[in-house]
Design a protein around this ligand. Structure first.
Ligand code: ADP
Ligand code: MG
Length: 240
């Protein structure tokens, strides 16, 4: 479903992604870990073309992401993204935050979009928050709204970039629970996170990236017990 082939990316002279080869299949949950500045966000952002690769190939469902002919809006509709900071519209209600894109980009009727939004709010465990404003919600609730907003577009792939890093510890679990249930329903997910419990429970693979290079592509249970690469060992000893 997602395939990087000999992909490189530069920011000016800085070689941020080095010869990336990575295949992610439909229904897989792939966790990406690595030190700060190693290129995790850049890798994720290339998938929905928030960034472009400089060399090599990157395809989503067989379509070359960086081809001029590729319909970027269509591509982005198929890929939901959840960020560390939730980026909800502060002056819009939760319901309006969720229905905006389905109405504008998918051409859904207001009624249809509202119905879908309510269903997803229920799914993420906050059915009573439709009329609240983001500032009236906890961080964990805001992040769950962001997930519902992504899901309301019926994406084929969900990307998560450190979705729990900005949350107070007591709110991390509620967001991870929503992500775990999505994973178990078969959503294709690429998740940058250092949450080992999540990775062990639902990830099919762990990708360890350091200085722009994929150093390990491993089974989570094996990776956490016995990483093969010295740099992965050193990294794990710092975060665990
Ligand atoms: P991570 O998510 O693993 O912390 P990033 O992908 O955000 O890493 O960044 C990788 C490296 O690329 C960092 O050194 C960062 O400073 C640099 N970088 C990120 N975005 C840009 C940009 N738009 N222009 C130049 N350098 C960037
Ligand atoms: Mg990052």
């Amino acid at each position: 479903m997602i395939e990087f082939k000999n992909a490189n990316k530069y920011y000016g002279d800085f070689h941020v992604l080095k010869d990336i080869n990575l295949t992610i299949n439909k229904g897989e949950v792939v966790v990406i870990i690595g030190p700060s500045g190693s290129g995790k966000s850049t890798l994720l952002r290339c998938i929905n073309r928030l960034e472009t690769i400089s060399e090599g190939s990157l395809t989503v469902n067989g379509i070359e992401v960086n081809d001029k002919k590729t319909d970027i809006n269509k591509l982005r509709r198929e890929i939901g993204m959840v960020f560390q900071h939730f980026y909800l519209y502060p002056h819009k209600t939760v319901l309006d935050n969720i229905t905006l894109a389905p109405i504008k980009a998918l051409g859904q009727s207001k009624e249809e979009a509202k119905k879908t939004a309510h269903a997803y709010l229920k799914k993420v465990g906050i059915p009573d928050k439709a009329d609240s404003f983001p500032s009236q919600l906890s961080g964990g609730q805001q992040q769950r709204v962001a997930i519902a907003r992504g899901l309301a577009m019926h994406p084929e792939i969900m990307l998560f970039d450190e979705p729990t890093s900005a949350l107070d510890p007591e709110m991390i679990g509620e967001v991870l629970d929503v992500m775990k249930s999505l994973a178990k329903e078969g959503m294709t997910m690429v998740v940058v996170t250092h949450e080992m419990g999540f990775a062990k429970e639902v990830a099919d693979r762990i990708i360890f990236i350091d200085k722009g290079q994929i150093l390990e592509d491993a089974d989570p249970t094996e990776f956490y017990v016995e990483p093969k690469e010295e740099r992965a060992k050193a990294f794990l000893s710092r975060i665990l």
